[in-house]
Ligand binder design. Sequence first.
Ligand SMILES: Cc1cc2nc3c(=O)[nH]c(=O)nc-3n(C[C@H](O)[C@H](O)[C@H](O)COP(=O)(O)OP(=O)(O)OC[C@H]3O[C@@H](n4cnc5c(N)ncnc54)[C@H](O)[C@@H]3O)c2cc1C
Length: 267
Amino acid sequence: MYKFRYHKPSSLKESISLFKEKEFPKYLSGGMTLIPSMKQLLSSPTDLIDIQNIEELKGIHKTENTIIVGALTTHNEVANSSIIKKNIRGLSYLASKIADNAVRNCGTIGGSICNADPAADYPAALLSLNAIVTTNIREISAKDFFVDMFETKLESYEIVKSVTFPIKPKSYYLKISSQASKYAIVGMFGSFDKDKASISITGAANKVFYLQDVNNQSPDKLKDYDFQKLDLSEININSDIHASAEYRSSIIKNMLPKLINNVLKDE
Ligand SMILES: Cc1cc2nc3c(=O)[nH]c(=O)nc-3n(C[C@H](O)[C@H](O)[C@H](O)COP(=O)(O)OP(=O)(O)OC[C@H]3O[C@@H](n4cnc5c(N)ncnc54)[C@H](O)[C@@H]3O)c2cc1C
């Protein structure tokens, strides 16, 4: 490890002004991605700005139609929250399947989406549920937030404050994952808004994507849908050490009926 400066401000304002005055600063949340990257010198910030003391980034709140999840909420807090279990069951289930217990105890939803790993789980939920990311300066819809592999719409100094999810009890998440890390080889999140399906896929391409052919279809239509005929040719499905593009495409087609059955079961 090399030398760097560590700061622990207690407000958004202080964090942002610190960020703007330092040479190559980075915000630190759960540290589950950033610290290993620093150890391997894949990232070498001069200053770490630990945002864990900022109260307004914490907590899970329910409004009439939404659940607002603070950026510092850990994966285990999402997985175990009775509010989330009751109102967006697929989201709590997804969080329970991230990594291992140690990572789930420290890693945060804010850190996960800001890192924008193409194999991360949360992006599938944000896209399917049409979530809104709130930062210190604006609101960004999930479909605009994830730009490419490890790239988001955020300015370098911008801090994610929370993610707002519409309430959708009919939701579910399935993934085939790497046995070692549990990162998604293919992860799929499904939800229904009244009679319209919304399905998004993570882990299979450079960034999370919608399954356009299936979206907006009713449950009745999807029960009879021939997923083997799904046309994925417009999507650049990745081949890597974990799986070939053909294998990933086959997982998508074969897992969809199970996903839809589970979404519909979830009352
Ligand atoms: C062994 C292992 C297995 C894993 N398996 C999975 C898995 O199966 N599925 C999965 O989805 N993930 C997995 N992860 C990643 C894990 O979910 C991390 O928690 C997550 O990627 C980063 O969250 P963090 O809070 O630790 O962020 P940090 O590491 O602290 O930060 C990550 C990046 O986000 C920035 N950042 C953090 N918070 C904010 C904020 N509020 N606003 C602006 N920028 C911010 C930081 O500057 C940094 O660039 C795994 C990690 C490990 C180590």
